[in-house]
Design a protein around this ligand. Structure first.
Ligand code: AKG
Ligand code: FE2
Length: 323
C-alpha cells in the first residue's frame, strides 16, 4: 500500500459509497436497536452449545473479555501444524525482507504477501482452523466463528502515522478476534500492535459510517492529556509471539515502526452473520481460491471459511468496500 494520489482516493471513496451508506443506515437508532435484539437472542440461543475449554484457553477468553487482548506464544499454544506454519511463514518473510532490502517496496508503508505466494503455502492459511482456536473464538464471540482468512503484512519501518497506524476500530462486526503471529522480534520501535484501555467522548458511536480515526495527537486531544503507559497494552514480543485481540470493540493501532520492519500474520475472525459484511473480506483471496482452500477440511472448518454464503441476501447485495 502506497500513500495514494487524490484521483485514486476519490475513486476508492466512490466505490465504498454503498457500503458507507449501508453502515450509516445500520447505525440509525431504530435499526440498530432492532438488530441488537436479534443479536442478543442469537447469543442466548447459542449459549448452551458453547464448547468446553482448557484452563489455558479459558485464560485467553478472559483476557479478551477484560482487556481486549491476551498475549501468548506458538510454543505455549502448541497447536498441531505449528512447525509447518513456522517454516513456510518465515521463508516467505525472508523473501519479502530481501525484496524490501533491494528497494522493491520503496514508498510503500505496508506490503501484503499476495495470494499466489500464499496459495503455495496453504498450511499458513489453514493453521488457525484448528478446533482449539475455533473454540476460543466461538466462546468469546458467543456465536459460531467465521474465518475471514488472513493478512500477511510486511510493515516498513518508516515511522509514518498512516492507515492502521492511526487509532481506529475495525468495522466488520460487533466483536472480532484477530490472532496475530509475529514472525520478527517486535520491540517498541518495531511497530507493536497497541490496544487502548481508555474511552473518550465519541469512542462508542459511529461518526457517519466509521468510528473516528485518530492520530496520536488527535487521541490525546480527545482524552484531554498525554496517554499514560497503563492506558495502553503495547504488544511487544519475540518472534513466535501470538496475540489474541478484539479489534472491533477496542481502539487499537500498529504503532509506527521506526527501527525495524515487521512481518506478522493477522488471522481474522468474526461471527457468521457479521454486522457489516460489506466491510469484510479485506484479504487477498478470490472466492475460487477460498473454495480451494476450504476443500477437504472438516465440516466445521469449511463452514468457518465459507461464511459468506450464510449472509442474508439483502446484505450480500451491498458491494464490498474492500480495496
Ligand atoms: O499493523 C497493526 O499492528 C495494526 C493492525 C490492525 O489494525 C488490525 O489488525 O486490525
Ligand atoms: Fe485494525
Amino acid at each position: 500500500m502506497k500513500q495514494t494520489t487524490l484521483r485514486h482516493r476519490a475513486l476508492r471513496r466512490l466505490r465504498s459509497l454503498p457500503a458507507e451508506t449501508a453502515s450509516r443506515l445500520l447505525g440509525m437508532p431504530a435499526i440498530s436497536r432492532q438488530l441488537n435484539k436479534v443479536y442478543d437472542k442469537a447469543r442466548a440461543a447459542h449459549r448452551p452449545h458453547l464448547p468446553g475449554l482448557s484452563p489455558l484457553d479459558m485464560s485467553i477468553v478472559a483476557g479478551l473479555e477484560t482487556r481486549g487482548v491476551h498475549i501468548t506464544s506458538l510454543a505455549e499454544l502448541n497447536l498441531p501444524g505449528t512447525d509447518a506454519l513456522w517454516s513456510s511463514a518465515t521463508d516467505v518473510a525472508d523473501a519479502y525482507s530481501l525484496r524490501a532490502k533491494e528497494g522493491e517496496f520503496a514508498g510503500d508503508y505496508t506490503v501484503q504477501v499476495d495470494a499466489g505466494d500464499m496459495m503455495r503455502h496453504p498450511q499458513i492459511v489453514r493453521w488457525s482452523l484448528d478446533d482449539r482456536i475455533l473454540d476460543i473464538v466461538e466462546t468469546y464471540l458467543g456465536l459460531p466463528a467465521a474465518y475471514d482468512t488472513l493478512n500477511f503484512f510486511y510493515t516498513v519501518a518508516d515511522g509514518r502515522q498512516v492507515a492502521a497506524r492511526r487509532w481506529h476500530r475495525d468495522l466488520e462486526d460487533r466483536r472480532m478476534v484477530k490472532v496475530i503471529v509475529y514472525l520478527h522480534d517486535v520491540d517498541e520501535g518495531g511497530g507493536p500492535l497497541e490496544i487502548l484501555h481508555r474511552s473518550f467522548p465519541g469512542s462508542e458511536t459511529l461518526d457517519g459510517a466509521n468510528f473516528p480515526v485518530l492520530t496520536q495527537e488527535m487521541l490525546e486531544e480527545r482524552l484531554g492529556g498525554r496517554l499514560q503507559r497503563s492506558d495502553v497494552t503495547t504488544c511487544t514480543g519475540k518472534a513466535g509471539t501470538v496475540i489474541f485481540a478484539d479489534v472491533a470493540s477496542r481502539y487499537h493501532r500498529g504503532r509506527p515502526a521506526l527501527t525495524r520492519d515487521r512481518c506478522a500474520l493477522f488471522y481474522n475472525f468474526f461471527s457468521r452473520s457479521p454486522l457489516r459484511p460489506f466491510f469484510c473480506e479485506r484479504h487477498v483471496f478470490s472466492r475460487e481460491q477460498l473454495a480451494e482452500l476450504a476443500a477437504g477440511q472438516t465440516d466445521r472448518a469449511r463452514a468457518c471459511m465459507l461464511w459468506h454464503a450464510n449472509v442474508p441476501l439483502l446484505a450480500r447485495m451491498v458491494p464490498s468496500a474492500r480495496s
